[in-house]
Every structure is written in C-alpha cells, then in structure tokens.
Ligand binder design. Structure first.
Ligand SMILES: Nc1ncnc2c1ncn2[C@@H]1O[C@H](COP(=O)(O)OP(=O)(O)OP(=O)(O)O)[C@@H](O)[C@H]1O
Length: 562
C-alpha cells in the first residue's frame, strides 16, 4: 500500500471524529486570514483616500472618516478574536482526533498477534507509536486547516480583485495558488527523506539510550560501555544531520516564499499603476489591490511546517493506517462444551516468519476440576500452548475453546503503583478486606501489615521494592482475587527457593479446590499437583498420562527435583 493510500484510513478517522469541531477550526482559520487581508487592504485604501480627500477643504469635509476607521478597528478586533478561537478550536479538534486514534491503536494492540509483536520488541514499538502519533498531529493542524484557509482566502482575494479588473483577479488568483501551493509541495518533496531519517533516528536513539541505562552493569562488566556510548552518539549524529537538512529546507522555503511574494507584489503594483494611468481605477483602489495581494500570500506561509513534516506524517500513516483497517475482533473465542473448560481441536500455531509450526495437530479436552501438568523440554511449546488458551495468540488452524480464566505467566507484570493498584488489576471493585484476605492466602500479609502505608505502599517500576518471592506472592494474590474457574499457570514457582516454592504451592493447592488447572512446568513439585501429565515434544502431544498409572509416576520422577 502506498503512503497516500495509507493516509485514507487516517483521513477517514479525522473525518469520523467530531466534524463540527474540525469545521469550526477551518472556518475560524479562514476568518482570521480574511480579517488580516481585509484589514491591510482597507488600511491601504483609507490612507490613500484620506490623503486625496485632504487636498481640498470641500473634499475633506465630505469625506466619511468614521466608517472606514471603525471598520479597521472592527477587523483588528475580529482578527485577534478569531485567531484566539482558531488556536483553541484547531488544537481541541486535533487532540480529539489523536485521542480517538490512540484508543483505536491500543485496542488493536490487545489483539493476540499484535500483543505478541509488541511484547517481543516493546521499547522500539512504543517509541515508534509515540513518534507516529505525534507526527500525525501535523495533518489537521498544519496541513488541512491552513490549506483550506489559504486557498479560501486566495479565492476571496481573486474575487475581490476581479471587481477591480477581471484579468487582475484571474492573474493574481492563479499566481497565489501556483506559488502558494507549489513551494510547500517542493518543500515536502525535498524534506521527505530527512523527515523519515529523523523519525527512524529518534527511534534508534531512544531504544539505545534505554539499553544503555538498563544494561549498564552488564555492559561495564563486558567492557562494552564505550561501544554502546559510541553507538548512541552515532544515532544522535544521524538525528542531528536530519535536523540540519530539515532546517535548511525550511530556510530555503522561507526564502522561496519571500521571492514569490515580492514578485507577486511587484506584478500587482505594475498592473495597478497601468490601470490607474488608464484611469480605470483611482489611487485608493490601487493601494487596496496592492496591499490585498501582499496579505493574501501570508496564509500560505503557514503551510511551511506542515510541508516540512509531511514526510514523517506519511511515514506514520503508512505504519498506522493498516492497523486501523483491521477488524476489531479477529479471534472471538469459541464456546466451550458443557463440563469441559478447555478444548483444542487439531490446532496448529505458526509464529510469523517461522518455517515450521511451533504447535501442530494438538487435540486436548480438559474436564472441569481436572488438573493438568504440561511438561516437556525447553522450547517444546508449553508457554505457547498457555498463550493460545489465554487468547494471547491466535491458532493458525483448528479450534480453541476456553472458559473464563486467570493467567499467571512466568513474569507477571507489576506496575509502578500502590499495592492496592497492583491488586486492582485483577478486580477493580475488590474491597480492602478482600485484598488483605488474598494477600494472607498468598503468605504476604505479615509483610504488608508491617509496612507503614500498608496497601497504599508504592511499588517501583516492574514491582521494584519487593523481593522475587514477594513479587511472586503478590502475583498469586492477584490470581486469587479473580473468581475464574480455570487457572493457567506458567512455571508458578520458577526461580524461588525450595521453602518459598513449597509454601506457595501449598497455598495455591488450598485455594484451587473445585477449579480446573493447567500448569506448564519443569519441576516435580508443581507437576505433583496434577491428575494428568501431558508431555509435549517438538510441538506435539507425545504422551497423555493419568495419575495412578506407572507411566505417570515414571514421568513425575523424571522431572527436576526441588
Ligand atoms: N514470539 C515468538 N516468535 C517466534 N518464535 C517464538 C516466539 N515465542 C516462542 N517462540 C519459539 O517457539 C518455541 C516454543 O517456545 P515456548 O516458549 O512455548 O517453549 P516452552 O516449552 O514454554 O519453553 P520453556 O520451558 O523454556 O519456557 C521456541 O522454539 C521458541 O523459540
């Protein structure tokens, strides 16, 4: 899809948002431009007419000073008021469009495939998203609104001058549109590559900065700190070069506007002089025409920034446009069969870009209340299977059915928020009593009650301020807070010391009564909770072993001891 075609969904989004607000912004921009032009034209006429009227006492007495001077005052007030209103209206409309865009995009990222893509490369993708959304604010504010105002004002000036002389109106209108649109088009073309380079460079600069800050200890130990700083400086240089190229284009554009404006003024001056000499018009009208043209070119100059940024705007559109065209719900879950909260029928999963499926021909039914341990070597597809059941990943073929579930992943996300805020992620309306109850069940209440601020204690980014064991207990408390009949657990006690792990598992076991469990695990202590062990090998079900069988015990013994 081309940049321009990608712009269509963005333009559709702009049009679909509050149209009246958008129109109000355009009308106010046009009013500001027309008031400024009329103010200058009328002032020129007034000064010339007053000078001529002052030539004799009779004409001075007959000359009406009040009306034109009152009109000039009125136009000045109107211009100030409409400029103020225009700023409010256009920015308000832009913020509304961007809010709608953000919402659509974030909803899009909640789709399984998109969420996985984001998780695989979060900082780069999020920076790209921020840069792209920022780039799109230019579309209405610096392209659409000023373009409508400038073209509308040019047509109005051409019409006004056509009353002076039709040829003058036609020539000025043509020259205004050709020069006023030609220069921004030239600028947009020339700035396109640099604008794209700048966006790309910023993205790299920011993600390298994050890598440097996050990984400085490892980089220092590996003696790579200097290399990372140099890589960062190189990215900064590239952004600086792109900035310089854009500034040069902006300066050249300003120069171009100056030249065309001066030429237009000279041409109009000449035409007005000829018409005055032929006595087709008087000096006040000649002054009116010249100053009108001088002011009429100004609104086009406001397109300068929009034109320079157009490359970045089109690039943003080409990346965000296709996302906006996707249907909102691609993977609506299929209904589960009565008494079977999990059902997989002949399911295949292929990661984008992978040659072979990570899961193939998986069929599995789990009865309500049953506890399943998914085991198998690293890379066999256990986490992928859980992600599939959780709807985080779409099946390439086959059918997946899961009832309402709660998921405990290998690395539960904890947020820079209070303990209460972190628990409320599971259930927003949970009371403090319910939260303290699940914290007690997860073995964290002693720690929380010892904290001076209790549930109001702030955690740092990623749950900083808690030990690994405490963070895991908080994740378990969050799981317990959700009244889901199915629990999907991915190595729930991985990385914990034996005592903490056993304590956590005992608590989990106690609270899991009546629930269905699917646990991906490598350890004997976790698999010992299960009624059935499913062995995954190379993305296929290698064995399905029921408790009580010899094979079950053998498999359990083969797992990693505590
Ligand atoms: N987002 C992804 N994109 C591409 N390939 C992936 C992605 N996630 C996992 N894989 C690949 O899929 C295969 C299965 O990975 P998965 O994490 O499901 O294995 P696992 O059995 O849970 O491993 P472990 O026991 O180490 O957690 C691996 O070969 C892995 O490289």
């Amino acid at each position: 899809m081309t940049g321009r075609a990608n712009l269509l969904p963005i333009v559709a989004l702009v049009r679909a948002s509050d149209r009246r607000a958008l129109l109000r912004g355009v009308v106010l921009s046009l009013t500001t431009a027309l008031a400024g032009i009329a103010l200058l034209g009328l002032s020129g006429w007034f000064i010339a007419a007053t000078a001529l009227a002052g030539a004799t006492v009779a004409s001075a007495l007959a000359f009406d000073v009040f009306m034109p001077s009152a009109s000039i005052r009125l136009l000045a007030i109107d211009r100030t008021a409409s400029r103020y209103g225009e700023r409010l209206a256009t920015h308000d409309a832009t913020l509304r469009v961007l809010a709608g865009l953000r919402e659509r995009l974030f909803r899009g990222f909640a789709q399984p495939d998109a969420a996985h893509g984001l998780a695989a490369n979060p900082s780069r993708r999020l920076f790209r998203l921020t840069i792209d959304i920022d780039a799109l604010d230019s579309l209405y504010l610096r392209v659409i609104a000023p373009l409508c105002a400038a073209v509308g004002a040019a047509l109005a000036v051409a019409l006004a001058l056509a009353f002076v002389h039709p040829l003058l109106g036609l020539a000025v209108g043509g020259a205004l549109l050709a020069g006023g649109l030609g220069i921004p088009l030239w600028a947009a073309k020339r700035a396109r590559t640099a604008a794209r380079r700048r966006g790309h460079g910023l993205e790299i600069l920011r993600s390298r900065t994050i890598d440097l800050v996050r990984g400085q200890a490892d980089l220092a130990v590996a003696n790579r700190l200097g290399a990372q700083v140099r890589a960062l400086a190189a990215a900064d240089t590239r952004v600086g070069e792109a900035d310089r190229a854009l500034n040069r284009t902006e300066a050249d554009t300003g120069f171009g506007f100056g030249i065309v404006s001066a030429a237009l003024l000279a041409g109009t001056l000449l035409a007005a002089a000829c018409l005055a000499e032929a006595q087709a018009i008087g000096a006040p009208i000649a002054a009116f025409a010249v100053l009108l043209v001088l002011a009429a070119f100004e609104p086009f100059a406001l397109l300068r920034r929009g034109a320079i940024e157009l490359g970045g705007t089109l690039q943003a559109a080409s990346r965000l446009g296709p996302r906006l065209q996707r249907p909102a719900h691609q993977n609506a879950p299929a209904l589960t069969r009565e008494g079977f909260p999990v059902g997989l029928d002949n399911v295949d999963v292929l990661y984008p870009g992978a040659a072979t499926p990570v899961l193939s021909r998986i069929s599995l039914s789990v009865r309500a209340g049953e506890r399943i341990a998914l085991v198998g070597p690293s890379g066999a597809g256990k986490s992928t299977l859980l992600a599939l059941l959780a709807g985080e990943l779409a099946a390439t073929s086959g059918q997946v059915r899961t009832s309402q579930f709660a998921l405990l992943t290998q690395r539960t996300e904890l947020f820079r928020d209070t303990l209460r805020g972190n628990l409320a992620v599971a259930r927003a309306d949970a009371s403090d009593t319910e939260m303290l109850d699940v914290l007690a069940a997860a073995g964290l209440s002693d720690h929380v009650t010892a904290l001076p601020e209790g549930l109001c204690t702030m955690l740092g980014e990623g749950g900083a301020g808690l030990s690994a064991g405490q963070a895991r207990r908080l994740a378990l408390a969050r799981l317990l807070l959700r009244a889901a009949p199915l629990w999907l657990l991915d190595e729930p006690t991985e990385g914990l010391d034996g005592d903490t792990a056993r304590d956590l598992l005992a608590r989990l076991h106690q609270r899991a009564a009546g629930r269905t469990l699917v646990i991906a695990t490598h350890t004997r202590r976790e698999a010992a909770l299960a009624d059935r062990i499913i062995v995954l090998r190379d993305g296929r079900i290698g064995a399905d072993l029921a408790r009580g069988s010899m094979a079950f015990d053998t498999q359990l013994k083969a797992l990693r001891p505590d």
